[in-house]
Write a protein that binds this ligand. Structure first.
Ligand SMILES: NC(=O)c1ccc[n+]([C@@H]2O[C@H](COP(=O)([O-])OP(=O)(O)OC[C@H]3O[C@@H](n4cnc5c(N)ncnc54)[C@H](OP(=O)(O)O)[C@@H]3O)[C@@H](O)[C@H]2O)c1
Length: 436
């Protein structure tokens, strides 16, 4: 007797946004669709593609049965679509599309960190009410399955911290500045030429892009309604080649880290900024455009997920994995953001942020400068660990470094604003936390 397999359930995909990730997803569906059907028993088919100016987007390799639409919002109620994949980015029309699709009972997969960081709870509620599935894996760290890990694999531990290299552009720029000794602007231009940085890199370089991701990660790690605005953001654009010289002397390396800490008070400390990371740390080994996320649990200790945090193909694999999950389980999965409800956000104040610091000054050299800085620090009860001054040719722009014992950042800020008012600076003083 022969047993006949039931036909694989089919999921008809409506894809909104045929750009970098959208096109990679369409190619991946063609390449991997047969294997997924064979191994996972689900048939994923691209039914429609929507994009503004759609005529210029048509590609000969897309199967002829795929419908091309101008209006992405039409996908929300399209009777030939079971799941909407939103890969346009931005708040609108993505928000209207996602909410419209979910409220009409269609599942949604999106990579839109901005939308999820701003309206994630509303979107998760719409999924629950529409009894639809919501896949969001690609929204943070591209191909790295960190949101699924937070939602499903870390429920057995009480998370205390999330630390991530969440922006590949910044990591590329910092590691290239370190490797080549070149200035920020020059390396950023190279990153743009290589396609690692956007034509307008402001969101990456300022830390804002990483802040969206950190807000989302923090919600899912700590079940608090973390607003994006709660993340303290500092860009990487103030680092100078001399900072990499001093970092090497200190056995450290500058890394932009998104950092979220649950303090014993229950309050959260959130920042995206450059840290001087010890070269022995795992995060110091993350070079070029790669991402890594370190999750710290009270019982399990540290876990690090590492990989390609951006790019069409890696990001599309996360979208495709979400589609397989939707096809397998529909809405019967864990809540998309990990929890059904979130506690109000409790923000830690700057007095609760305590760390050893790296202070870099660039001064027009004259006798007594160090004494003035030390006097100011001492007046605020701040302990100096060491003073570092490498030989430097330009006495009108002489860089030197003071490292500090752990200090409350609120106190340090007060001292630094007094120091910044002194007349000898050739560049604004830079303060970076030093991280193990
Ligand atoms: N690229 C990555 O490495 C990466 C990684 C992780 C997550 N993501 C996320 O994935 C999403 C897509 O990113 P991407 O890099 O693929 O962006 P992209 O290359 O700019 O593609 C976006 C596509 O959506 C279309 N689009 C934008 N606004 C539209 C509108 N109002 N109506 C119709 N079509 C519209 C664009 O059309 P035009 O051609 O007219 O601009 C473009 O084809 C974003 O949410 C992004 O944050 C991207």
């Amino acid at each position: 007797m022969t047993t006949r397999r039931a036909p694989a359930p089919q999921l008809r995909i409506g894809l909104a946004g045929f750009g970098t990730v959208g096109q990679s997803l369409a190619r991946l569906l063609l390449e991997e669709g047969p294997r997924i059907e064979e191994l996972h028993g689900v048939k994923l088919s691209l039914a429609a593609v929507a994009n503004r100016g759609v005529a210029r987007k048509r590609q000969p390799w897309v199967p002829p049965g795929v419908r091309w639409l101008e209006d992405p919002l039409a996908l929300a109620t399209d009777p030939g679509v079971d799941v909407v994949v939103e890969l346009m980015g931005g708040l609108e029309p993505a928000g209207t599309l996602v909410l419209g699709a979910l409220s009409s009972g269609r599942s949604v997969v999106t990579a839109n960190k901005l939308l999820l960081a701003r309206r994630g709870e509303e979107i998760a509620r719409a999924a629950r009410e529409g009894r639809a599935a919501l896949g969001i894996e690609a929204a943070v760290a591209g191909g790295i399955p960190v949101l699924r890990a937070l939602r499903e694999s870390f429920t057995g531990d009480r998370l205390l911290g999330v630390t991530g290299i969440l922006n590949g552009t910044c990591n590329f720029v910092l590691t290239e500045m370190e490797r080549t000794g070149r200035a920020f602007g020059e390396v950023l231009a190279e990153a743009q030429a290589l396609g690692y940085a956007e034509a307008d890199p402001t969101s990456d370089v300022s830390g804002q892009d990483a802040a969206y991701k950190l807000a989302l990660l923090s919600r899912m790690a700590f079940a608090q309604a973390v607003p994006v605005e709660a993340v303290r953001v500092e860009g990487i654009d103030r680092l100078l080649p001399c900072d990499f010289v001093y970092a090497a002397q200190l056995h450290r390396t500058p890394r932009q880290l998104g950092l979220s800490r649950l303090l014993p008070s229950g309050r959260l400390l959130l920042s995206v900024r450059t840290h001087m990371v010890a070269v022995t740390s795992i995060l110091a080994k993350v070079a070029g455009p790669f991402n890594a996320v370190q999750l710290t649990g009270e019982h399990g200790g540290d876990f690090v997920l590492y990989g390609r945090g951006a790019g069409g193909a890696p990001t599309a694999t996360a979208v495709l994995a979400d589609l397989v999950a939707v096809a397998r389980g529909g809405a019967a999965t864990a809540p998309p953001l990990g929890f059904e409800a979130f506690a109000p956000f409790a923000a830690a104040g700057p007095e609760e942020s305590v760390a050893p610091f790296y202070l870099r000054f660039v001064v027009r050299d004259r006798p007594g400068i160090l004494a003035e800085i030390c006097r100011c620090l001492a007046a605020h009860g701040i302990n100096i660990e060491a003073v570092w001054q490498a030989p430097w040719a330009d006495k009108d722009a002489l860089p030197f470094v003071v490292t500090l014992e752990p200090v409350a950042e609120a106190e340090l800020s007060r001292a630094l604003s007094e120091i910044a008012a002194l007349g000898f600076h050739a560049a604004e003083p830079l303060a970076l936390p030093m991280t193990p």
